[in-house]
Design a protein around this ligand. Structure first.
Ligand code: UDP
Length: 311
């Protein structure tokens, strides 16, 4: 297949490009590089099955030649990034999604939307199943991301029902691994960076909030299976292994041998979900997918990457 990946120079987008190429497809990566980086795809430049186009998907979108699928992964995705780029975040989720749907319709191509566990907001149902509608504050600081993705899901379903576009929606839970930006503000790069510098890890709040971390290779395997499936309703992809942020900090200190310990800081962003864990029953049933890389193994690989890339 010939496949367009928007956000193809981002963290998950670039791993997706690798996966699609390994599966024998031709890949066009598109990115405006506000949060993505050409470093993530540098190893693909020169590959005859790969093309990079620098373009902002919120503007008119045209791609020469036939497309069989579009994977819409363009968006700031870390809380710090979407607080810095709230308008771009809303535009790429709304106008950008509208543009890729128009292109998918014109090309008779399949469209996969990267949605997020943030559509569940600060969830009142635990673990989160796909039929939960969420607890989101539209005017809170996370609203720009959450509502953009909720709108994106709605317009994808509208194109599916009204125009018959073949669509897929993945709700991605916290994912980590090589190529995360050391300064993206998320807990994994923050903690690993601090640990490698021998500093205390900055736990926001009392550290009792939970997250469930999925290694990127598992994430991308799930995404590929969803793309190849017939499922048009949303599917959670994430790792159900849930930890408190304090447990997570202690694990990173253990794996890096950091003597710095932790410090508690009052920096939780309003609406920071207290709990998050995917129910992956649907992915198991429909895609035959479940994560295989455990948290220690995934973190060890990620720590190695950050060691190398921070010189
Ligand atoms: N967090 C933290 N210390 C940090 C960065 C984040 O304790 O240096 C916490 C944050 O408050 C949140 C969790 O870690 O509860 C995950 O935050 P992240 O920014 O990685 O993404 P989120 O899951 O909130 O989108």
């Amino acid at each position: 297949m010939r496949i367009l990946v928007t956000g193809g120079a981002g963290f998950i987008g670039s791993h997706l490009c690798d996966k699609l190429l390994a599966e024998g497809h031709n890949v066009i990566a598109m990115d405006n590089l506000i949060t993505g980086s050409t470093r993530n795809i540098a190893h693909l430049i020169g590959n005859e099955h790969f093309l990079f186009i620098k373009h902002d998907v919120t503007n008119y979108l045209y791609v020469e030649g036939k497309l069989d699928a579009i994977l819409h992964f363009a968006s700031p995705a870390s809380p710090i990034d979407y607080l810095n780029y709230p308008i771009q975040t809303l535009k790429v989720g709304s106008l950008g999604t509208h543009n890729v749907l128009g292109l998918a319709m014109a090309q008779n191509a399949r469209l996969l939307l990267a949605s997020t566990s943030e559509v569940y907001g600060d969830p009142l149902v635990h673990p989160q199943t796909e039929d939960y509608w969420g607890n989101v504050n539209p005017v809170g600081p996370r609203g720009c991301y959450d509502e953009a993705k909720r709108f994106a899901e709605a317009i994808v379903m509208a194109y599916h029902h009204y125009h018959g576009v073949q669509t897929r929606i993945v709700r991605i839970f916290n994912t980590f691994g090589p190529r995360m930006r050391l300064d993206d503000g998320r807990v994994v790069p923050n903690f690993v960076g601090q640990a490698l510098r021998g500093e205390p890890l900055t736990v926001y709040g009392d550290g009792s909030q939970t997250r469930s971390f999925c290694y990127v290779a598992d994430q991308v395997d799930g995404l590929y299976r969803l793309l190849m499936s017939d499922e048009s309703t949303p599917v959670n992809i994430g790792n159900p292994h849930e930890m408190t942020i304090l447990e997570f900090a202690n694990l990173i200190n253990e794996l890096t041998g950091n003597p710095g310990g932790v410090i508690f800081e009052d920096k939780r962003i309003e609406g920071d979900p207290q709990t998050r864990r995917p129910d992956i029953g649907k992915a198991r049933r429909i895609l035959g997918w479940e994560p295989r890389v455990d948290i220690r193994e995934g973190l060890t690989r990620t720590i190695e990457y950050f060691k190398k890339s921070s010189g």
